[in-house]
Write a protein that binds this ligand. Sequence first.
Ligand code: CP
Length: 311
Amino acid sequence: MQLSTKHLLGIKDLTPQDISTILSTATEFKGVLQRQIKKVPSLRDITIVNLFYENSTRTRISFELAEKRLSADTINFTASGSSAAKGETLLDTVNNILSMKVDMVVMRHSASGAPHFLAKHIPAAIVNAGDGINEHPTQALLDAFSIKESLGTLEGKKVVLIGDIMHSRVALSNIYLLNKMGAEVMVAGPPTLIPKYIAEALNVKVEYNLKKALQWCDVANVLRIQLERQNQVLFSSLREYNLAYGVSKKLLDSLNKEIVVMHPGPINRGVELDSDVADGTHSIILQQVENGVAVRMAVLYLLSGAKPTAN
Ligand code: CP
């Protein structure tokens, strides 16, 4: 099995067949992760560098674990503590690392387009682990995997992305993926956090009333308010944001249906999501994190060009 692309830079570049292939391969790897011995030799002799120029907990650990489960050799690079702090360019850093015979690069960067730039200049396969406000493709893939696991299919399901759509790479990757796979997509939140022409540009519904959005959906994917990416005040206060757009247990109980609640993490508890929802029965947040390892194993395996192994 192969993907139509050498790199995973964004969901925008994937075909529906690519997405199906990644999700079905991830199902196989989830089976491996449930065995007593959770390791396969699929990427033996492949060396992967994890380049993290921006903070991360889930994605960094998940990629590293996925690589170890596949028996790859891994190198971890974080910008702080490296020669990037002395002014070395991204391309110089990567070329130096590649001269040590690295096969694949997993990269997170605060600049949108950084992995696309690298892909034009180096021969290694690149996996985008989140670039600025552009895309976070493996997050969308693990979200899709988790929805399929909960509801059986993506096709025809109604998914609402709630909150800071403007600054969210998770939102953009989810919108591309869900549209390609036949789900219905809505974005909901305050008008200041939703791009003006998103409905026409990306084929989504827009709703400014949280209760109406929740009443419409099968799945609510609640997004983090990205204060670090906002250079102006886009809502009055976190307290008022919570009152108008925070997902609470009381609100979920007032719906005449059951919905699935997701969040990519890290959560601002008491802002976009109350603790009794994050830790409650509607939430599949920790299943998302668990599924992330299998999904990243699938992506690395499919991009490595490795031959299938017997075990
Ligand atoms: N969901 C996600 O990307 O989390 P991290 O920033 O902790 O990697």
